[in-house]
Design a binder for this molecule. Sequence first.
Ligand code: PLP
Ligand code: SF4
Length: 367
Amino acid sequence: MQSVSEPTQQSSDLKESSPLWKKLLGSSITDAEALSKFCSYPLNVEELKKVIKKYPMSVNPYYLSLIEDVNDPIWKQCIPDVKELSEQNGVEDPLHEEVDSPVPGLTHRYPDRVLLLVSNQCGMYCRFCTRKRKVGDPFKRITKEQIMRGIEYIREHTEVRDVLLSGGDPFLLSDSYLEWILKEVRKISHVEVIRIGTRVPCTLPQRVTPELCSMLKKYHPLYINVHFNHPAEVTDASKMACEMLADVGIPLGNQSVLLKGVNDDPKVMKELVHKLLMMRVKPYYIYQADLVRGTNHFRTPVKTGIEIIRALRGHTSGMAVPHYIIDTPGGGGKIPLLPNYIVSKEKNKLTLTNYECRLFEYPDIDE
Ligand SMILES: *Cc1c(COP(=O)(O)O)cnc(C)c1O
Ligand code: SF4
């Protein structure tokens, strides 16, 4: 495996003045031939071409440089697998995001908050993505008109106090375009908090520039959820990106997806949550992988997620323990799952189990 950390030829076509992150994006591997040149391992180029035609690939030189071996946890997240086309399980839109959209690109599922898609591009296309049906497709770009309709909906719905900008990745937008969105949303007096979901601090940390940070800090209270799945994704560069965001006062959370062969192991997850706290990121959610067509090979049993929580709670800082969530198929929303700590209940006597599996009685009181 050749290590790639510098932008290659194509970047010389771009203007000298373009920032490093754009050069890196411009040097991404996007087709099967380029991939087979990078990889000494024989790949099924014809089959991969078909996969990429349906679900785009884009691996920038930074994320590519994190791969150490074929099929390692980084590889699995970014390199297409022929199984993506053969698997018939799952559906295109398992969370009914389109069904629950009053206007295109906006999902209003919970009483007081909405999800607004502002970009369909990402720093890298994750093979397990829930929005595989639309990310990276040049025909499914999100227009300014669509975003304006979403903002109009928020303005008309005074119950919305929390707006979650997502995608794709909002940080793939230019600073000025993202600022326009933030400014418009901030003008709405009933919107209390704005959240951004981004994977850029993990997949393209060079995108987090001082200019971006000084723009973002004007729109507080602003929260950011990042997306790291494996300790090998925590590097000096990603640490710097998270610290720059934290330094402008943005509280950072992390959302991971539980993925077979990547992080379905309590030891790996424990290392990850510790590394996250070291870069001032609070583990927020671990998601059970959604039932998305073409991602069945990533699915893990629910038992695995519960075991991970059991291995964390009590054994390490409470701050390091995320909630384990199933986002229910059909638009039921997020449901947290916990190990069962209540062993039995007899009248007012509760029997509880602690993290060491020792039993304790608790005298409850009458309601
Ligand atoms: C995940 C999600 C949210 C935010 O959920 P929280 O539990 O508040 O983080 C809001 N709307 C939709 C449609 C979502 O999928
Ligand atoms: S960064 Fe997020 S939206 Fe983009 S491909 Fe990965 S999981 Fe999907």
